[in-house]
Design a protein around this ligand. Sequence first.
Ligand SMILES: Nc1nc2c(c(=O)[nH]1)N[C@H]1C(S)=C(S)[C@@H](COP(=O)(O)OP(=O)(O)OC[C@H]3O[C@@H](n4cnc5c(=O)[nH]c(N)nc54)[C@H](O)[C@@H]3O)O[C@H]1N2
Ligand SMILES: Nc1nc2c(c(=O)[nH]1)N[C@H]1C(S)=C(S)[C@@H](COP(=O)(O)OP(=O)(O)OC[C@H]3O[C@@H](n4cnc5c(=O)[nH]c(N)nc54)[C@H](O)[C@@H]3O)O[C@H]1N2
Ligand code: SF4
Ligand SMILES: [Mo]
Length: 768
Amino acid sequence: MRSKKAGATEPSDELSVSPPKNWAAGVPAVAHALEYSLSQTSPRRTALTLLNLNQDGGIDCPGCAWPEPHKRHKNEYCENGAKHVNDEATSRRVTREFFAEHSVAELDKQTDQWLNQQGRLTEPMVKLPSSAYYEPISWDDAIGLVAEELRSLDSPDQAMFYTSGRLSNEGAFLLQLFARAYGTNNLPDCSNMCHESSGTALGATLGVGKGTVSLDDIYEADLVIVVGQNPGTNHPRMLTALEQTKHNGGQVVAINPLPEAGLKRFKNPQKPSGVVGRGTTIADQFLQIKLGGDLALFQILNRLLLEAEDAAPGTVVDREFVERSTHGFDAFAEHVRKTEWDDVLAATGLTRQEIEQLRDRVAASEKIIVCWAMGLTQHKHGVPTIREIVNLLLLRGSIGKPGAGVCPVRGHSNVQGDRTMGIWEKLPEPLRENLEREFGFSPPTETGYDSVHGVRAMRDGKVKVFMAVAGNFVRAMSDSAVTEEALRNCRLTVQVSTKLNRSHTVVGETALILPTLGRSDRDVQATGEQFVTVENSMSQVHSTRGRLDPAAPGLLSEVAILCRLARRTLGEGGSIPWEDFEGDYSLVRERISRVIPGFEDFNERVAQPGGFRLPSPVNAGVYKTASGRAEFSCNDFDAILAPEGHLVLQTLRSHDQWNTIPYAFDDRYRGIHDSREVVFVNPEDLAELGIEDQALVDVVSVWEDGTERRLEGYHAVSYPTARGSAAAYYPEANALVPLDSVAHGSNTPTYKGIVVRLEPLGAAGSGG
Ligand SMILES: Nc1nc2c(c(=O)[nH]1)N[C@H]1C(S)=C(S)[C@@H](COP(=O)(O)OP(=O)(O)OC[C@H]3O[C@@H](n4cnc5c(=O)[nH]c(N)nc54)[C@H](O)[C@@H]3O)O[C@H]1N2
Ligand SMILES: Nc1nc2c(c(=O)[nH]1)N[C@H]1C(S)=C(S)[C@@H](COP(=O)(O)OP(=O)(O)OC[C@H]3O[C@@H](n4cnc5c(=O)[nH]c(N)nc54)[C@H](O)[C@@H]3O)O[C@H]1N2
Ligand code: SF4
Ligand SMILES: [Mo]
């Protein structure tokens, strides 16, 4: 299976490698952000976006979901936030002339980076079955075409509506309302590929699928454990918060197969000392764990904590908390005591001393926070791993009190809000009742398709219309070849997008591009200028308002597109006032306040500076679980075992990309320049495999059913990753992830745990 995209701008064999950085941010980061911004747009637009970024009443940074502090700095953003907002504010434009010049097939040969670099989409375009090109179409005809297709389906379940976490609360609420009024719960979203394992594990154990901590808790913690996360690149301003934790006397532990920049040393670019000095050492302890070893690590930690309690009763287990607020302690304790050292050392690659040191830190800390991201959620046993982390916090009583708790760090700026608004293939009964009461229709009750099931359904011809509101589904999903086949199998594919991407070149029989306003664009409707709202990773809900002239005169907002589509599909005169919603977003918020718990008086409260925080029931001592208490769980020991001669591969982000969109062919912090076709391998593994540093190899994944997937001609780069644990960049490496390889319980693709072998070019069986 070949899947490398050849393209005009793809550098061939120009890889250069320099030593990885052990510190993050500082002057080069600021300079780099400005350089990228100015390459995209004018100094005036750069200044307009940056001055308004993360300020009250300004633009919420689309970069990630990390929250802003109460006290704002005038440059309250990081390098990647600045790059990302100016990637959207770019002055480049994709016009009808561009589409007349390039056929869809030609566009499909270009790299992801090239497609993104063409600029903002400007008018609706259609690719008809008879044509090889996209052609202009009026908004009215485009929306009519989608409505007609939707109305012609045998069942609403033959349609599917994907969302990515850039969509606002208002847009998300309207999308789920439309899908359910139309008759389907087929609402897959990027959460399915992201923090679904967190939601599943936390829902079962704590009764709520979100984090429980605020920024103040991070500052106040005695110990913050950062596991399976690369904040220096993906949540850069988290390092500012950890710097504050350290300043207040707390400790930080990092657990990662890679020695990521910033986890070690951080130079705060917002402080003079950070710009010129050596910066702050962030991690007090770094545990270089093997891929997928975290469940084993937390199980042995829990066993060691119980043994420490046996040795000195009343000193380690928070008995009072366990008795008052939890359920299942005895079964958990009995189970976890059986964890064996040998298994743990093999699964983690850590030493006994390192693990005992961490146990001592945990036992000595009263207020513990565990932060995590994709390094846990995208593994086969991501859900039990997170449940085991909850076990640790429960036995230390480190939950529901200041300075303590769980912190799944979200990716997309509003991915958490979209789920709060009801974007989910599962429709919770209370939401179903509220929708029925408020809008007077009966929403469907059956579970819809998530992302993985959705690909199967398209592949098998069960879904005929695919509509995406934001995102780049074809590159985000696993098993690129299968996902591409699935989309091509649709009758109609519709993409509501700001910029060109692969999901516009891998299309159904008929394909539509509906260009839309981005975060930075001013949004004016019938009743005047509008704003929308988002919810960050710490449940703070606040407004975001674009400041720039829209990228093109005729662009519609996501809200407007959804309202018009709903009117055309469902007919005029129903019980939902779509036209009023389009004209005045505060009317949408009024409905949200009556349907979604926690949003009472939404319009009034979101007008306050900084917005408002949705309370976590956990912090009020309320656990909405089956037992009404926090649940200890028993998790079966599991580790990823690679057969002899094989490695486990994770797919991850470079420092110079945003999800499926590489901005450059570099990965500055890891010392990679001018190539993304690299696979990072531990030097001893390379030696054992007889492969030289930077040699060309095919990366071949091997799946249970005997099928193989291949990436050709990758550079094997010697890198200080944990033994047996390789890494390659997403989205290219999605070609290696089998569709059926998913996390138990959450159905998230196992993007971070793929068994592979490396075939030197010219070796027997090599396809290259
Ligand atoms: N600049 C930038 N910012 C972003 C994004 C972006 O693409 N670019 N994407 C956004 C999104 S949607 C998300 S979800 C987040 C993602 O944020 P991250 O989760 O930080 O992103 P990844 O690059 O997938 O990195 C995963 C990290 O987990 C580690 N890891 C992998 N497997 C394991 C394991 O088994 N155990 C442990 N302990 N560690 C492991 C990897 O070495 C790596 O450091 O970032 C958000 N922010
Ligand atoms: N192998 C592998 N695969 C992964 C991952 C991994 O770690 N490894 N990570 C997974 C994760 S965590 C995630 S979140 C997904 C991400 O998957 P997606 O969210 O689907 O992908 P993005 O790359 O964020 O989408 C980028 C596109 O969104 C559109 N866009 C940007 N802003 C806006 C906007 O304001 N409105 C609209 N309508 N469109 C907009 C632009 O057209 C842009 O091209 O990928 C997943 N896939
Ligand atoms: S940490 Fe995230 S939200 Fe904050 S400025 Fe950086 S990219 Fe934007
Ligand atoms: Mo994500």
